[in-house]
Design a protein around this ligand. Structure first.
Ligand SMILES: Cc1ncc(C[n+]2csc(CCOP(=O)(O)OP(=O)(O)O)c2C)c(N)n1
Ligand code: SF4
Length: 342
């Protein structure tokens, strides 16, 4: 008699490699790696149909540690390589892993276009507000006044907000989480994976060596309740210890304010209800900064539109087979071509 053994469900370990992990002990990248591996196991992803594409930076070492396909490409160009991978292989689940320097300095142009084109990828931006790999120079997300080897007296530039950038570039799925919030991060990653089109996730990642505790003002246990709001689509915007605080529009203004429920006649009915399809609302939420307003976490915006791959393939119509050499030749010589003779 043939005994059929049940197929064991995949675990996070099935997505781990035997490569020596070269991140500094205590780096936030470890927690993100763990969350991604758990998420892929939870959704029973096929490692052979999953690809991680990265640029250059500490974060961009990610593909080595995933037992999937992967490309460690060149600085700022992961979106470009990933676009090619996805368009030619629409059946693959393609992820981009990038840092704030990789994505928003040298790669800003490429990130803009991958979002605008709505390529069906998940883009994970590990934001540690510093260049980690090259030893701590300030980055486009570093706060004004950041002291670093390239800004010894404090940077004088204003930082860019990654999620503000993603919304401005036309991203249709924009979310945010924190390296240490495992459950929340896994959940956000699952939603990003389920979304068709470019999904952009900013992950606050602690660089323990060059920018330690830069997010402590809203990540530390004693301040997290007061300075974070976990957005839930269709639910009133409540935060604070024991759900005592909420967000509402300032009467007569397009401006958000934090209020205490039960004070000055404020009730839950007065609070804003999260609507992830509302782009102007996402913009207001993206701009919130502690301590005046809580840091918005979760899916700020999700409003699917046709992804570039589907549009390209629809444009090809019935035709699926690649053109023959003769057809390509004829195509190249069609129209304005001429022969230069001596
Ligand atoms: C063309 C080019 N320019 C500059 C560099 C140097 N370089 C390597 S990584 C990096 C920035 C990495 O910062 P980030 O993307 O924030 O990643 P992290 O290391 O913090 O994860 C820079 C400037 C390079 N490798 N290639
Ligand atoms: S330098 Fe910072 S970001 Fe890079 S591995 Fe070390 S702790 Fe992580």
């Amino acid at each position: 008699m043939n005994v059929v053994s049940p197929i064991k469900p995949r675990t996070a370990k099935d997505f781990a490699t035997d490569q020596e992990v070269r991140w500094c002990p205590g780096c936030g990248d470890y927690a993100i790696l763990k969350a991604v591996q758990k998420m892929l196991a939870d959704v029973d992803a096929d490692p052979a149909a999953t690809v991680f594409v990265s640029g250059i930076g500490c974060s961009s070492r990610f593909p080595y540690y995933m037992a999937t396909y992967g490309f460690h490409t060149i600085h700022g160009r992961a979106p470009t390589v990933a676009t090619g991978v996805k368009l030619v292989n629409p059946e693959l689940d393609v992820w981009v892993v990038t840092g704030d320097g990789d994505a928003l300095s040298i790669g800003g142009n490429h990130l803009l276009h991958v979002l605008r084109r709505n390529v069906d990828l998940q883009i994970l931006l590990f934001n540690n507000e510093i260049y980690g790999l090259t030893k701590g120079q300030y980055s486009p997300t570093s706060r004004t006044g950041t002291r670093s080897p390239t800004s010894p007296t404090g940077s004088v530039e204003r930082p860019v907000s990654p999620i503000g950038f993603a919304l401005g570039a036309g991203g249709r799925f924009v979310a945010r989480s924190i390296d240490t919030m495992q459950k929340h991060l896994v959940d956000v990653l699952k939603q990003a994976r389920a979304h068709r089109g470019a999904s952009f996730v900013e992950i606050f990642q602690n660089c323990i060596v060059y920018n330690d505790a830069v997010f402590a003002g809203f990540t530390e246990r004693d301040v997290a309740d007061a300075n974070q709001i976990l957005l839930q689509d269709g639910k009133p915007m409540i935060f604070g210890a024991k759900g005592s605080r909420g967000l509402r529009l300032v009467p007569g203004k397009l401006e958000i304010e934090a209020v205490t429920i039960g004070e000055n006649g404020v009730s839950v009915a007065d609070l804003l209800v999260h609507d992830a399809t509302n782009r102007p609302l996402a913009g207001l939420l993206a701009a919130m900064q502690p301590p005046a307003l809580p840091m918005a976490l979760g899916v700020l915006y999700c409003d699917p539109a046709m992804a570039l791959g589907s549009a390209v393939h629809a444009g090809l119509g019935e035709r699926q087979a690649p053109p023959s050499a003769d057809e390509l030749n004829a195509l190249l010589r069609r129209g304005d071509t001429w022969t230069v003779s001596a």
